[in-house]
Design a protein. Structure first.
Ligand SMILES: [Zn+2]
Ligand SMILES: [Zn+2]
Length: 191
């Protein structure tokens, strides 16, 4: 999982001391009057401006980097920071040949191992699928929906990596099948 730092700096508002109007540098109507600086609502959260190395493998290392940013003082110290998970994509395209458009937090993906089509006949002939990675199987992270689709349509050659994710995805799959059965039953009774 990857993390990044986002920041938002408070905006500044300049107002004319004579009329109170919001001004750019000085008031058009009162060029001799002073201007006051006010700190106003914070801006948008953005990963921009943090620097090129804004990618961390752990939340803790990102938080440590925030401490270092604050130590730079001035604007850096005044800005707000937060650590966010970098959005991940779905790698189902490695299996289907066409990637879907899903994007979301990496924690919402599951790791799937599948046997590429061109290796299947060999493994079938040998009656032994072997063990990853020596058997040529591919591992990729996909969205839960795509994981379900892979298991449903290609379950013989796909499986979820890791017992926790496996149990979770199988439970989802079971729920989906139950829904279908109920729907089919309902339709049967209606006829
Ligand atoms: Zn003015
Ligand atoms: Zn997908």
């Amino acid at each position: 999982m990857a993390y990044q730092i986002e920041t938002r700096k408070a905006g500044r508002l300049l107002t004319c001391d004579a009329c109170g109007a919001e001004v750019g540098v000085s008031c058009f109507d009162h060029p001799r009057a002073g201007v006051s600086t006010m700190t106003v609502r914070p801006g948008e959260w953005t990963p921009e401006g943090i620097g090129a190395d804004n990618m961390f493998t752990t939340r803790a290392s990102a938080e440590q980097a925030i401490t270092q940013l604050c130590a730079l003082g001035d604007e850096w110290a005044r800005a707000e920071y937060r650590v966010t998970e970098m959005p991940a994509g779905c790698s189902c395209g490695e299996w289907s040949g066409e990637a879907c458009a899903w994007s979301g937090p990496a924690s919402a993906t599951v790791e799937i191992e599948f046997m590429p089509a061109h290796l299947r006949s060999t493994h079938e002939a040998a009656r032994n699928v072997g063990v990853y990675p020596h058997n040529g199987a591919v591992r990729c992270y996909v969205s839960r929906d795509c994981a379900l689709e892979m298991l449903e349509s290609d379950g013989e050659w796909c499986h979820v990596v890791g017992p926790v994710a496996q149990a979770e995805v199988l439970a989802l799959l079971a729920g989906r099948m139950r829904e279908r059965l109920d729907a089919a039953q309902g339709a049967g009774e209606g006829a």
